[in-house]
Design a protein around this ligand. Sequence first.
Ligand code: 2PG
Ligand code: MG
Length: 449
Amino acid sequence: MSNSSQAQDPGHIAHVHARRVWDSRGRPTVEAEVTLARGRTSPAVFCGRAIVPAGASKGRREALELRDGGGRFGGLDVQRAVGHVNGEIARALVGMPAGDQAAIDARLIELDGTPNKQRLGANATLAVSMAAAQAAAAAAGRPLYEHLAHGLGAPGEALRLPLPQIQIFGGGAHAGRRVDIQDFMVLCPGAASFAQALEWTAEVYRHAGLLMRERGALAGVADEGGWWPAFDSNEQALSALVQAIERAGFAPGEQVAIVLDIAASDFGQGGRYRLGLEGRELTSDGLIELLLHWCERYPIASIEDPLAEDDLEAFARFTQAVGARVQVVGDDLLVSDAALVRAAADRGAANTVLLKPNQRGTLTETWQCWQAARAAGYAGIVSARSGETEDTTIVDLAIGWGVGQLKVGSFARGERMAKWNAALRIEERLGAAARFAGAAVLGRNLPRA
Ligand code: 2PG
Ligand code: MG
């Protein structure tokens, strides 16, 4: 991720500042600003700003998000993380050359000195890491996605708009556990462009809402903007989703397919899975059997975290069973960690990595995970968190790094739409040069030689 090849010197870091702002759940989070200066007398000044998101269904091995504890805001205040940016981090970074993201991130990692950012907080380090990238792009006079693509030394390679995964029903930890499965999403393998994928999804989302109103089951939206799922079983949500796709006028599977995030770590551990909505407990093999049954009955293109983060062997068994035709995604299992991706690939678990920068705490580590994933033959999805803001940095990562897929929640609420709309602007800006790879970017197990 070094940008050292760029022609113009981006200058040095002149100022680093953080403040507490608020996320989409009304909880405190960290915003950082990094200011660069170029030239000694009357220097040109460039500023980058970024806000970190927060998860609700987190993997155990994620980098630590530093919260203050105590009674204020349910213990979720971030004054300590903000203080670390304004104190130690600012002192360490001011004066550093601004163009070398890898060096800036290495300094943050070294300063924290723990394996999971538990001293300074991954929310402190990531806010600064992303703001530094934004500032360097501003100094280079380029949008961030272009700056990142340029830094990777692939000039001339056409940039690809990501295949979006968009939530229609929200469940699990994002909807009071009203259903056990966390995300019922769609993707549009039949769409010809990113813009068209959004148009199709808008219709599916609208029809899903109408369907629920008809059934007297419309109860607002969940944390990521998906309809709040008033269903009697998990499978009912699947059949309602197929119905919504059909009512919107699309062919299920070919034009619009289903994506699930089971988020199984949230209702299972030690090989036992408790489906609260259905009042039953399954073993790992029982859950695999249920999911395979759903894969046969419904047009499912992708499944995330089908088993829990502590159930690697079962994860591998599931991948072996469907990985040639269904994308199997590791989120809690892999927590955007390069070493965990390598270990999972060795066992044949998952064929796709979910990339969430705040699971690691710097852009460079997230980028390294994506490189490890590519080397293992995995596909990738850049993902938002359930607690989000107007920050759209991840859209630039998905496009600039050429990751191929993007997941930011539903087709409602400003913090989600800010990201879809940012990608639309990029598609328009790229014009004829914009590529949209569609279903070709989905992860698949290659036949073993
Ligand atoms: C996930 C994310 C986004 P959270 O599990 O993939 O849906 O949820 O940010 O709560 O971990
Ligand atoms: Mg997930």
